[in-house]
Write a protein that binds this ligand. Sequence first.
Ligand SMILES: CC(C)(COP(=O)(O)OP(=O)(O)OC[C@H]1O[C@@H](n2cnc3c(N)ncnc32)[C@H](O)[C@@H]1OP(=O)(O)O)[C@@H](O)C(=O)NCCC(=O)NCCS
Length: 168
Amino acid sequence: MGVSGYSLRPATAGDAGFLTDMLVAAVNWDPAREPIGRDRVLAERRTAHYVEGWPRPGDLGVIAVEAGGRPVGAAWLRLFGPDDPGYGFVSEGVPELSVGVLPSWRGGGVGRALLTEVVRRAAERGFTRICLSVERSNRARRLYATEGFTTVESGPDSDTMIMILPAR
Ligand SMILES: CC(C)(COP(=O)(O)OP(=O)(O)OC[C@H]1O[C@@H](n2cnc3c(N)ncnc32)[C@H](O)[C@@H]1OP(=O)(O)O)[C@@H](O)C(=O)NCCC(=O)NCCS
């Protein structure tokens, strides 16, 4: 069953704080693990670089907002280079996806709607592929697979997945 009462809008410079919240949520996706605090997420380059300096040229994001305008979820894309790769890096020019939804809004279709919209905007902008990294035991993996991402590389616990975008 889908949740209602939300809408999607492009992410702006004012969303940097919320994107950080969603990055922290994504890092801490597994409730069985000791949570990693926001300060540590921002202190470590390999996690901080998903939001650092937002927005950077090439960044693209979508925010889900509830009726009063409060953000409840986000999906965003950022380009990385081989000198500073994200976990899901495949090659230069292929942006990496991050996604997070507030806990009370999960399981109602917001994540899938965000993903569909960010993919649509990425294709519109001329990107031909999107990549991501997901731990194999994260339920989000199923979301990606059902939206058309395929695994291109498997590590011990995580997969790198890519989606080929429809031509404009
Ligand atoms: C992953 C996440 C963004 C999905 O958003 P959502 O709004 O809960 O997703 P939807 O309701 O659109 O459901 C889509 C799929 O996501 C997965 N999903 C649903 N609820 C979920 C939850 N509570 N946690 C993780 N994945 C979930 C399922 O595969 C679901 O598909 P299904 O209903 O066919 O099984 C969200 O659950 C979340 O923020 N999780 C924590 C952060 C995270 O894991 N980010 C991704 C890191 S790679």
